[in-house]
Ligand binder design. Structure first.
Ligand SMILES: [Zn+2]
Length: 221
């Protein structure tokens, strides 16, 4: 089972080199991605593949429920490196409908350590409890929280000192909130992009009134 993965790796590397003989030499020389992707660990949401980018084009951080926690050393190390060394121009927070992390929170059951990790999602659910209680369908409730969670992470990022410092230095940097549907393979733009300190200032942390996710087919700048 494990040996099979090495066999697959050999075939993959040989296939890449056949199509583009300079491929690995080029990648080895540097990485210069324009994007930092903050996504869920869910195996059905492979960051590079979804947006059709090669290795080296997307700097990726994934965790359960695509959080951008301001006290997580792992995430903050990735963020600082992305902003100060790689100088990415876009941060994309990408959630996905049906997220298991969100389902775990809404189930109301105990799951162990993950309950601590998912506390920011639980806080969101408490904030929007009145509205969520009015949605009878469990999956619809989950999906709404998936969207709200992306918006919350975008707003948290806009307050992050590393992000604020980047804007202060005059760095071009936009933060985007997207959501992906495993059902159809399409990304939805939650239209919550923040590009400047002015965009970030005065935004309401109150819950938006409607679900806004819809497929987007245009170029994402
Ligand atoms: Zn997930």
């Amino acid at each position: 089972m494990i040996a099979e993965l090495f066999d697959r790796n050999l075939r993959w590397a040989a296939g890449r080199a056949r199509v583009d003989p300079e491929y690995f030499r080029r990648l080895a020389s540097q990485q210069g991605p324009d994007y930092l992707w903050v996504g869920c660990s869910d195996s059905r949401v492979p960051a590079n593949e979804i947006v059709g980018l090669d290795p080296g084009e997307l700097f990726v951080h994934r965790n359960v429920a695509n959080l951008a926690p301001p006290q997580d050393a792992n995430f903050l190390s990735v963020l600082q490196f992305a902003l100060e060394i790689l100088k990415v121009r876009h941060i994309i927070v990408c959630g996905h409908y049906g997220c298991g992390g969100v389902r775990a929170v809404l189930s109301g059951q105990r799951h162990g350590l993950i309950d601590h990790w998912l506390q920011p999602v639980a806080c969101l659910c408490r904030r929007d409890a009145a509205e969520l209680d009015g949605i009878l369908d469990f999956d619809a409730r989950v999906n709404l929280v998936c969207e709200r969670n992306v918006l919350a992470q975008v707003e948290s990022l806009a307050d992050n000192p590393f992000v604020r410092d980047a804007w202060g230095r005059g760095q071009a940097l936009s933060i985007h909130g997207w959501i992906y549907s495993i059902q159809d393979g399409l990304l939805r733009d939650l239209e919550t992009s923040i590009e400047t300190v002015a965009d970030a200032t005065g935004r309401s942390s109150a819950a938006p009134k409607v679900m806004r996710g819809r497929p987007r087919r245009g170029r994402a700048e």
